[in-house]
Design a protein around this ligand. Sequence first.
Ligand code: F0G
Length: 345
Amino acid sequence: MIEAYRSYLPVSDQTPVVTLCEGNTPLIPMPVLAQHIGKDVKVWVKYDGLNPTGSFKDRGMTMAISKAKEAGAEAVICASTGNTSAAAAAYARRGGMRAFVLIPDGYVALGKLAQALLYGAEVLAINGNFDDALTMVQELAKDYPITLVNSVNPYRLEGQKTGAFEIIDAMGDAPHWLCIPVGNAGNITAYWMGFCEYHQQRKCSRLPRMMGFQAAGAAPLVNGHVVRDPQTLATAIRIGNPASWTKAEAVRDASQGEFNAVTDAEILDAYRLLALEGVFCEPASAASVAGLLKVKDQVPAGINIVCVLTGNGLKDPDTAIAHSNNQVKGGLNPDPDILAKAMGF
Ligand code: F0G
């Protein structure tokens, strides 16, 4: 990814590029979803769950880890609801560094935890939420020789802006609307940076309205105040005090965008709808689509809309199984008549 967009990124010939071939993820047309909106709109999803560790974090992490290596770092640290920890663990090991990750105990999806462990990170679970973990890692990075790789590290956002470049490169222009889930608010900030840079280079004729969606139980940007005890089944965005709060508000204002909240029930409806069109994302990612469906009355006719699907559905198999409308038909003897009957013939 760094090679594809080298001239737009703060790298030099001296930067040792640590990559797992992230980026270049598909922009998938979603005609059934578009029908739910109506008004002749076209809808695509930017399926960033197809990155090497299964989320958009890989775009930021290839940059953050390459720059950390260039600076001679031997260890990195992050707070995470799961995906950042998986990406930090993978890229740090790839770059020959140690990775420490702080997670909120009991609120990280199974696949993400499995990744961090297998990639060899040192995983510390705290009695506290993501916001507490972020405060801790900022203190630790100040006092010890460890590089912080949360999105407060500017190289993270530089890498993540390439998602916007890829959308424009694929569509030939920017979409009219970009719908995106918002947690710590780094990604919405990064996408806007990408759209603005390409606009300045005349690679697109317009800038999108940035439509950010938070889970209703963890919606500080919608409510306008910190949420002390954020709660949502979309654990990736279970965040009450986003680090990029003011930047995200600036993005909303500059793009004439909006922040809106979606309930867990709305997130699950969108999650199932996407899967029935062949796309399996994690619950937090489905917030972008839940949000679009929620504000569909505001959608102008005939526009192009991209929803960012930030993480792969395989990250959180527990939620998929618990909230599928479908079930395994079990206890069947291997007999063609029994099986045909179970199949409804
Ligand atoms: N979607 C997914 C799947 C995420 O993992 C995150 C954030 C977001 C959306 C929100 O992005 O924070 O840039 O606004 N996950 C972080 C983590 C917090 O630790 O993995 P954001």
